[in-house]
Design a protein around this ligand. Structure first.
Ligand code: ATP
Length: 356
């Protein structure tokens, strides 16, 4: 296992804005850290620099305190798992898994023991004599994982490894990876644009935008206390409602918050007086409460919940409804916001204002 330290790491391609510009990032030994962000935010470039497949423009990468910038991938003791499993089609599962050991000259008897161990852990011991074309996508992904694990690498690097799988297999593999995390030694760095993968598997998430890390925190903290409006709208399905408002002068413990023609009361300590950007998660838009009546414009039913869009006039708000009678399109309902759970951001910088 290794702890991975990134210090002022930058990668610039040509005259473009930096693809990666990381102030600093300490990934602890045994951690499952996810780099989460939209397409083009630099997460694969960052991972490839850690792997040794891309040379940093400046900055340092250290494993256990030792600078590895100049080491090639093989010398770094990292294993990469990609979305295209890259298995050798002419080799059996056992041969695919054993290949990294064979290349290192490990004797066959020793290879066999190790293959059996890893295959049992990944529950692919029945498949060892098959070729990749005789496997399902999920089985192929497990073989690719097995091939990565067989060398006992210090650091695992995953580049969107689940994105080629269908929805149920992804859920299954997520579950498997969570289980494996406790059984396998090794620091894991996982790249994805899928917030569900990031939220469910990670010890911490680094949310990236335009080459920079916007927030580095546990999944709960990212959801409950997003550092910026970007993080707030990127994490959570449906996205957080984000809109401008004015916070009025405090009266004792509370102050008014006005948006459009609605005024609600919020804790005075949550937000300073003046213009503010408000964030309200769909579960904190409360229907059949408050006094303002608005029409329902869209209803998405998911069985156990409904995602309901209401039209407040100047904007639409999205609410998550899990209790009460079913909501129908065209219905008129009152709404309120859960004042204790609102998020406040600076209109200038987009950074979070409230501590609570
Ligand atoms: P995706 O999820 O689509 O793979 P990403 O977040 O992994 O996106 P990167 O692939 O790291 O993003 O790319 C970051 C930026 O760097 C993009 O603007 C991309 O066009 C640019 N880039 C990546 N590789 C190169 C390259 N070899 N030459 C020039 N520009 C590159």
């Amino acid at each position: 296992m290794a702890n991975v330290q990134l210090a002022a790491l930058r990668k610039v391609f040509g005259n473009n804005a930096p693809a990666v510009d990381v102030a600093s990032l300490d990934i602890e030994e045994g951690e499952f850290l996810t780099l989460l962000g939209p397409s083009g935010c630099g997460k694969s470039t960052l991972l490839r620099m850690i792997a040794g497949l891309e040379t940093p423009t400046s900055g340092d990468i250290r494993f256990n305190g030792k600078r590895v910038n100049r080491l090639d991938p093989a010398e770094r003791n990292v294993a990469m798992v990609f979305q295209n499993y890259a298995l050798y089609p002419h080799m059996t599962v056992a041969q695919n898994m054993g290949y990294p050991l064979k290349k290192r000259g490990i004797p066959e008897a020793e290879r066999k023991v190790r293959i059996a161990e890893i295959a049992a852990l990944l529950k692919i011991d029945q498949l060892l004599e098959r070729r990749p074309r005789e496997l399902s996508g999920g089985q192929q992904q497990r073989v690719a994982l097995g091939r990565a694990m067989i060398r006992d690498p210090a650091v695992y690097l995953f580049d969107e490894p689940l994105s080629n799988l269908d929805a149920s297999l992804r859920a299954y593999m997520r579950n498997e990876l969570i289980r494996l995390r406790s059984k396998v030694k090794g620091t894991m760095i996982f790249v994805t644009h899928d917030q569900v993968e990031a939220m469910t598997m990670s010890t911490r998430i680094a949310v990236m935008e335009a080459g920079r890390i916007q927030q580095l925190a546990t999944p709960d903290e990212v959801y409950e206390r997003p550092a910026t409006t970007f993080v707030a709208s990127f994490v959570g399905t449906p996205s957080m409602n984000i809109f401008p408002a004015i916070a009025g002068p405090a009266t004792g413990e509370t102050r008014p918050l006005t948006f459009d023609d609605v005024t609600i009361t919020v804790p005075a300590s949550a937000v300073p007086e003046g213009p503010v950007t408000v964030g309200a998660r769909p579960e904190d838009v409360l229907l059949r409460q408050g006094s303002r009546s608005v029409p329902v414009t869209v209803v998405e039913s998911l069985g156990n919940e409904q995602i309901v869009t209401i039209d407040t006039g100047p904007r639409e708000l999205v609410a998550r409804v899990t209790t009460g009678p079913k909501v129908a399109i065209g219905e008129t309902l009152t709404f309120d916001l859960n004042a204790e759970k609102l998020h406040f951001f600076s209109p200038e910088t987009g950074r979070r204002l409230n501590a609570a």
